[in-house]
Structures are given as structure tokens and as C-alpha cells.
Design a protein around this ligand. Structure first.
Ligand SMILES: C[S@@+](CC[C@H](N)C(=O)[O-])C[C@H]1O[C@@H](n2cnc3c(N)ncnc32)[C@H](O)[C@@H]1O
Length: 305
């Protein structure tokens, strides 16, 4: 069969199976099958698919039709401009999580004065505030690294930062390590298989960053079926209320941070009010909305004694 009719019939099949964005999914899986880009699909409508390619495409479509996210079929997801490997052992990185990266970078950019004094090392007197970020010897912890997306993005943006990434799932840690190697960042990130920040040196970090599990089991029926069925449960659900991991993370982050260091973590609108309450003894607490105006990132500064 030729490429164009294969694509048309795939779109009809995914539409009939109620897969959202059927054209996008059909194209993505065909690009994956043929190892090509979208321009190639449109430039070669008459290209014959081999029997092997047809079988491969059919199998990928069948997986997608039964609800498997396209990223688990292709094994890839983009985050912060980087192509990351994903397997069912890790949460598929979401665009909202990029707000956590932006928040950290903004805190670094807006002023060294806001950071603990001993993390500053500026080699020239006249370097601009933005370039200063490259010279600050920051210590950053990424808690629950999953695919490694947060740790990798920060390692790439802050070339002098030392990053420690923690994860409770050994299978997820393997994916994070593979991603670090793939992007030549393995020497910059120290991976730890541990519960939250257990075992990391206290009062060391300028930033603790996390996208922790924050969905409550009581909200389970509001979570997309695909997420519930295919993404790792311990990555999504924290416990009955959704606050269980964050409640433990906040005091651990307090112990791990230097005075004046920042805790930055992802939240949902549902838990925004209790999170604000949990942070009442911290300074400069701010809940930052995402593009849909939903509170998405909590940031707070450990008081300077
Ligand atoms: C919401 S996912 C986030 C993954 C990744 N950071 C991201 O943003 O896509 C939460 C991650 O935390 C890990 N996790 C859950 N409980 C943990 C714990 N107590 N200690 C360390 N990691 C934990 C899960 O295995 C999962 O990889």
C-alpha cells in the first residue's frame, strides 16, 4: 500500500477508536515506522510501504488504539528542546513542568543577592547578570527525577551547577541515566536511588526542585484513563489526598537547603491552598500559574536563620 492511503486509513481507524488528535497520532506513528520527519510524509505520498513497514505501522496503531500513549510506543518525548527516551517506567514529561525550569532560571537570573552568599563565584566584575548564571556554582537537587527531564534541562542551562537527582524507582533511574548519557550530561548529574532527599548532605543545596506525585486517590476518576492505565502509579498518585509526598518533601527540603535556598515544585490547582499553608514558615512564597491560569509551581525560600 502507498503512504497516503495508509495514512488515510490509519486516521479513520484511530477516529473510530476515539483516539484524540487522530491525524497527529497517525502521522507521528508513521514517522516512527519509517524513521522520517513530517516533511518526508508530505513529499512522498506515493511511496510504497514494504510488508514489514505495514506490519510495524499496524502494530503501532493497534497499541495506540488500545490507549497506549504515543510516547511509550515511539519511546521518545521532547522536553526543554531535548529528545528524551521514555519507557512505561517513567512519567511522560509534560510541557507544564517546563515552568519549574523557568522558575529556577528566573531566580538565578534576577539576582545573586537572593542566593546564599557562599554559592557565588563571579570571575569578572563586568559580566552581565545573565552570563553570571553560568558562573554560579549552584548545588541543585531534583527529587523524583523520573526520565531525568528536570535535572537534564537544568544541567544544560546552568553549566557550572552540580546536580543531584533522586528517584525511588530503580527502573526509572535507569532511564534517567540513559538520558543523561545520551545528552553527554552524565558527569554533571549524580543519581541517587533513595526516598526523597534521604542520604543527601544537609544544608548543601541552593535549590531543591521537584515534580512530585501530587494527585489524590480520591480524584482518580478525574484523571485521564490513559494516564491511569499506562503511566506509573507511584509517579502520579501520592496517596488518598495528593499531599502525602509534598508533606514529607517540604521538611526534607528545608533540611537539605542552605539558608536562603529555594524550594521549587510542581502542584495542581486542587492542592494549591493546602500547599500554601504547608509553606507558611517559609519566605517569599509564590504560587505561579501555568498558561491556563492554574496554579502550577510553588516556590518558597528557606529563611536566612
Ligand atoms: C510526577 S513524576 C515526575 C517525574 C519527572 N521529574 C518529570 O517531571 O517528568 C514523580 C517521580 O517521583 C518518583 N517518586 C515517587 N515517590 C518518590 C519518593 N518517595 N522518593 C523519590 N522519588 C519518588 C516517581 O517514581 C516518579 O518518577
Amino acid at each position: 500500500m502507498q503512504l497516503k492511503p495508509s495514512l488515510t486509513s490509519a486516521i479513520s481507524r484511530l477516529t473510530a477508536d476515539h483516539v484524540p488528535s487522530p491525524r497527529l497520532n497517525a502521522e507521528l506513528l508513521l514517522m516512527f515506522t519509517l524513521n522520517c520527519d513530517r516533511a518526508y510524509l508530505h513529499a512522498h505520498p506515493e511511496r510504497e510501504l514494504t510488508t514489514g513497514e505495514q506490519a510495524h505501522y499496524g502494530a503501532a496503531l493497534a497499541e495506540r488504539a488500545r490507549g497506549v500513549p504515543a510516547q511509550y510506543i515511539t519511546g521518545h518525548q521532547e522536553f526543554w528542546g531535548m529528545d528524551l527516551i521514555v519507557t512505561p517506567a517513567v512519567l511522560i514529561p509534560r510541557p507544564e513542568t517546563e515552568h519549574a525550569i523557568e522558575t529556577v532560571l528566573e531566580l538565578v537570573r534576577v539576582g545573586r543577592a537572593l542566593l546564599p552568599a557562599n554559592s557565588i563565584h563571579v570571575p569578572t566584575a563586568n559580566s552581565s547578570p545573565l552570563s553570571n548564571a553560568n558562573y554560579i556554582h549552584l548545588h541543585i537537587a531534583d527529587v523524583g527525577t523520573g526520565s531525568g527531564c528536570i535535572a537534564l534541562a537544568l544541567a544544560r542551562e546552568l553549566p557550572q551547577a552540580e546536580i543531584h537527582a533522586t528517584e525511588i524507582s530503580p527502573a526509572a533511574l535507569e532511564v534517567a541515566r540513559a538520558n543523561a548519557a545520551r545528552h553527554q550530561l552524565e558527569s554533571r548529574i549524580h543519581f541517587h536511588e533513595t526516598d526523597l532527599l534521604t542520604g543527601l548532605t544537609p544544608e548543601t543545596f541552593d535549590f531543591v526542585v521537584s515534580n512530585p506525585p501530587y494527585v489524590g486517590e480520591s480524584e482518580e476518576d478525574q484523571v485521564q484513563l490513559e494516564v491511569r492505565k499506562f503511566e506509573p502509579r507511584h509517579a502520579v498518585f501520592a496517596g488518598p489526598t495528593g499531599l502525602e509526598v509534598i508533606t514529607r518533601l517540604i521538611p526534607q527540603a528545608h533540611a537539605a537547603l542552605l539558608p536562603g535556598g529555594w524550594l521549587v515544585f510542581e502542584i495542581s490547582g486542587t492542592i494549591a491552598a493546602p500547599v500554601q499553608h504547608l509553606l507558611q514558615r517559609w519566605d517569599d512564597v509564590l504560587l505561579i500559574p501555568d498558561l491556563q491560569s492554574i496554579p502550577r509551581i510553588a516556590r518558597a525560600r528557606k529563611p536566612l536563620r
